[in-house]
Design a protein around this ligand. Structure first.
Ligand code: MLC
Ligand code: AMP
Length: 501
């Protein structure tokens, strides 16, 4: 029985050619396939059946990538989770997704056991060791990949909600595979490629855009535990492609080692997940001779648009829609189509788009138009050359270092603190992270709460990247005639807070 996604990921790489190097391993495609098969055995032994969810909150390692591939091989639904999430955050995902198995770092085992309910638990550490690997060693070898159809789910990726809790985007084999095949061709991946993989693998960028594209082409992944400019510069001598968020590029530019010679063996630099400033694009081109290729996507849709491989890469744009992806600009409320150059809601339709939100028909209905277009929540226009320009967001979202933070979630935690009357959380321009989470707080009369106290009290409630970089206190929040907090005004008032950061 075919398993379209798994089969495709192992179709191009010759068994004895290099698939993944770094973090202590040198695996051929045969090694990677064997590791995925062994881990499939462990999943089965731990009670995971086809269609079951497997939640994974581990540090990045080659074994963690093999675990993802094992879940696809087992016909399970993979649920990647940022290791920065606290137990309080994790409890929600586990309750919502009802996984059959939760895999976590050994340091988190007690907390995870307490919240896992009926789910089995297993451990995998940053070195790729732990109870899961021991289970794999003991397990009976499974048969081949479990048969799946393209409509079957391969993953659920949670994205925060503007209001309320996170929603699980249901990603089918078709959505993942069609997008990956498209990107492989568009970005000209071949077996000769060596991709520097310094992204986390708990989000679509590192897990799907980077890993799938390289594996589908039979290329080599150069795995790094996390992004370190020095290590990426070193790796460039033996690499051909880098994928990253804009913070990767601003940090590389801040390194004196970045020059034409350092980048001379590279054929492609790709950026996405957050806006790449035109000045970063220009500065990178001046230093290295390479024009960064910017693309646009989201968890629910995979990639939607990309600057071309050949042809003009326009700074400040995300390029034309991908082949097979319908993209239109619509009037946000009515959904009526707008003309070229007009700013409106970006909506997309295609095989790449998710099948809706897990057990959440209301949010699914809100996200799609009747004709099947998905409302991205981004605002933009299409320029005279057919390139998409993103000008802002119709959703109250902060993107910091490529990670999304929904202000509502942070405000809810701050508002629950003793001494807080109310709060507004905004993103302010930040040279390193692009935007920095900033809380503007009104204290209750006579409360003495200060910045350090607010931050200390958020520490075990919110993942570190969601915690405000600064907490400002004001007498009152600015409101419009409707009583709504004027976040634009707050952003204006505090625009320069991180200048020079
Ligand atoms: C880490 N911190 C962050 C942060 N990452 N704070 C805000 N925003 C972030 N993104 C915290 C750390 O915990 C630390 O806290 C402090 O900030 C400084 O950390 P650092 O050492 O500078 O961070 P670092 O570990 O180097 O990580 C920064 C980063 C990383 C940019 C390399 O965040 C990263 O890899 N981002 C990529 C995220 C990604 O893959 N996004 C794709 C989403 S998919 P302390 O304790 O030291 O104070 C998607 C769809 C699409 O969006 O289109 O691709
Ligand atoms: P996520 O929910 O983490 O998948 O983030 C998706 C969001 O990231 C999109 O809706 C956009 O707002 C943003 N995004 C991704 N790529 C780009 C880009 N190249 N330029 C601007 N915003 C981007």
């Amino acid at each position: 029985m075919p398993n379209p996604l798994f089969d495709a990921l192992f179709a191009a790489g010759a068994p004895d050619s290099a698939a993944l190097e770094g973090q202590g391993v040198r695996w051929t495609y045969a090694d990677l396939a064997a590791e995925a098969a062994r881990l499939h055995g462990a999943l089965a032994a731990l009670g995971v059946a086809p269609g079951d969810r497997v939640a994974v909150q581990t540090q990045k390692s080659p074994q963690a990538l093999a675990l993802y591939l094992a879940a696809v091989r087992a016909g399970a639904v993979y649920l990647p989770l940022n290791p920065a999430y606290t137990d309080a955050e994790l409890a929600y995902f586990v309750a919502d997704a009802e996984p059959a198995l939760v895999v976590c770092d050994p340091s988190r085992e007690d907390g995870v056991r307490a919240l896992a309910g009926t789910a089995a638990t297993a451990t995998l550490d940053a070195a790729g060791q732990g109870g899961l690997m021991r289970a794999a060693a003991r397990a009976a070898p499974p048969g081949g990949p479990v048969g799946r159809s393209e409509e079957d789910l391969a993953a659920i990726c949670y994205t925060s909600g503007t209001t309320g809790r996170s929603k699980g985007a249901m990603l089918t084999q078709r959505a993942l595979l069609s997008n990956a095949l498209c990107l492989k061709d568009l970005w000209r991946f071949t077996p000769e490629d060596r991709l520097i993989h310094a992204l986390p693998i708990y989000h679509v960028h590192g897990l799907f855009v980077a890993s799938h594209t390289a594996l589908l082409a039979g290329a080599r992944l150069l795995f790094q535990a996390k992004f370190e400019p020095e290590a990426v510069l070193d790796a460039m001598t033996g690499a051909s492609v880098l994928m990253g968020v804009p913070t990767f590029y601003t940090r590389l530019l801040a390194h004196p080692g970045l020059d034409r010679a350092a980048a001379s063996g590279m054929r492609l630099f790709i950026s996405g997940s957050a806006p790449l400033l035109a000045q970063t694009h220009e500065a990178f081109a001046a230093r290295t001779g390479h024009r960064i290729l910017e693309r646009y996507g989201m968890t629910e849709t995979g990639m939607n648009a990309s600057n071309p491989y050949e042809g003009e890469r326009r700074a400040g744009t995300v390029g034309p829609p991908l082949p097979g992806v319908g993209l239109r600009i619509a009037e946000p409320l009515s959904g009526a189509a707008l003309g070229p150059g007009e700013v409106g809601a970006i909506e997309v339709r295609g095989p790449n788009v998710c099948a809706g939100y897990w057990r959440n028909p209301e949010k699914t209905a809100e996200a799609f138009r009747e004709d099947g277009f998905f409302i991205t929540g981004d605002l933009g226009y299409v320029d005279e050359r057919g390139y998409v320009v993103i000008v802002g967001r119709d959703k109250d979202l902060i993107i910091s270092g490529g990670l999304n933070i929904y202000p509502k979630e942070v405000e809810t935690e701050i508002d629950a603190l003793d001494g807080v009357e109310e709060s507004a959380v905004i993103g302010l321009p930040h040279d390193d992270f692009g935007e920095a989470v900033t809380a503007v707080v009104v204290r209750q009369t006579s409360a003495t709460l200060d910045e350090a106290e607010v931050l200390a009290r958020l520490a075990d409630r919110l993942a570190r990247f969601k915690q405000p970089k600064r907490v400002l206190f004001v007498e009152a929040l600015p409101r419009n005639a409707m009583g709504k907090v004027e976040k634009a005004r707050l952003r204006q008032d505090h625009h320069g807070l991180y200048r020079g950061s």
